[in-house]
Design a protein around this ligand. Structure first.
Ligand SMILES: Nc1ncnc2c1ncn2[C@@H]1O[C@H](COP(=O)(O)OP(=O)(O)OP(=O)(O)O)[C@@H](O)[C@H]1O
Ligand SMILES: [Mg+2]
Length: 277
């Protein structure tokens, strides 16, 4: 599989839609974009609205699922394994065709755009797995991230290095040699290289130590407070609620609970079921 496919997280799909031109599922990266439409009054900055759909010709994974993030805020998606959190992120990023629902960004309906064009429209996406090119250096990874730009990227590169000093020290090293936490920083940095208007992170703290997790959370908070809205999936539900302006609990592809992080932490059922008491 090509590096570009990997960059879009389009790897190892179990469905056959790539060889089935009539399938409605995961795309192969060559899908042409359709037209951009108008948003709706009062829209959040980014919203996946009433999304239903699945992979290939398989059953729906998402059932009328709505996820949104406002400017300057952090929205978090939590939920059990297999709940459809990654599928919801991929749907917002245009990696599966929705049977119902729409995705709107910054006042525009972008449902018909393919992932590449969503990046151009301002989305930065860090997939859950295979989110770096291990054999390339850190710097090459970041340069790859800037693939849609034809202007000078050196300023953005320095901003990313300022944000992640540990990564800056290793800029000439193969990214695959870095620790798990540093690789996640490279992945986030790569997404920042397009200067996105919204950052989407699928489990950025997966597999890292608690200390590294806290550091990563601090960086993500800094990014959001710097004005870049962040939509993230997070398996550490407790920490996620602490930093979330808005939190979504997904169960079986549907919205089970939605509220501010505080509201959900105060909700008995959410606490019992998802926060371990
Ligand atoms: N490429 C795919 N093709 C077909 N089915 C898939 C594909 N990816 C995921 N699924 C199915 O979709 C459902 C939701 O999976 P998804 O990866 O979105 O869950 P998740 O909430 O992100 O789980 P986790 O916490 O383990 O990351 C599962 O039943 C999964 O088996
Ligand atoms: Mg997932």
């Amino acid at each position: 599989m090509s590096d570009v496919d990997q960059a879009f997280g389009n790897r190892g799909n179990r469905d056959a839609s790539v060889v089935n031109p009539r399938g409605r599922g995961t795309i192969d990266g060559s899908r042409r974009s359709g037209a951009i439409g108008p948003g709706k009054d009062g829209d959040p900055f980014l919203i996946g609205d009433g999304m239903s759909g699945g992979y290939g010709r398989g059953p729906d994974i998402l059932h009328d699922c709505t996820i949104a993030v406002e400017k300057g805020q952090i929205a978090v998606i939590v939920g059990p394994n297999g709940a459809g959190k990654s599928t919801a992120m991929k749907a917002i990023f245009g990696m599966l065709d929705l049977r119902q629902g729409s995705v709107r960004l910054n006042g525009h309906d972008i449902t018909a755009l393919n992932p590449q064009d969503r990046v151009k429209a301002g989305m930065g996406f860090v997939p859950q797995v295979n989110n770096i090119f291990p054999s390339m250096t850190v710097e090459e990874n970041l340069e790859m991230g800037a693939f849609i730009r034809d202007d000078d990227i050196s300023g953005t590169l320095e901003q990313v290095y300022d944000l992640f000093p540990a990564v800056a020290e290793k800029r000439k090293q193969a990214a695959g040699e870095l620790s798990g936490g540093q690789r996640q920083q490279v992945a986030v940095g790569r997404a920042l290289m397009t200067r996105p208007q919204v950052l989407m992170l699928d489990e950025p703290t997966a597999g890292v130590s608690p200390i590294v997790m806290d550091e990563l959370f601090d960086r993500i908070i800094a990014i959001a407070r710097g004005g870049l809205p962040v939509l993230m999936v997070e398996q550490n539900a407790q920490q996620a609620m602490n930093i979330a302006d808005k939190a979504y609990v997904l169960v079986q592809g549907a919205n089970a609970h939605t509220g501010t992080g505080k509201e959900l932490m105060a909700n008995d059922e959410v606490r019992r079921t998802f926060l371990g008491g």
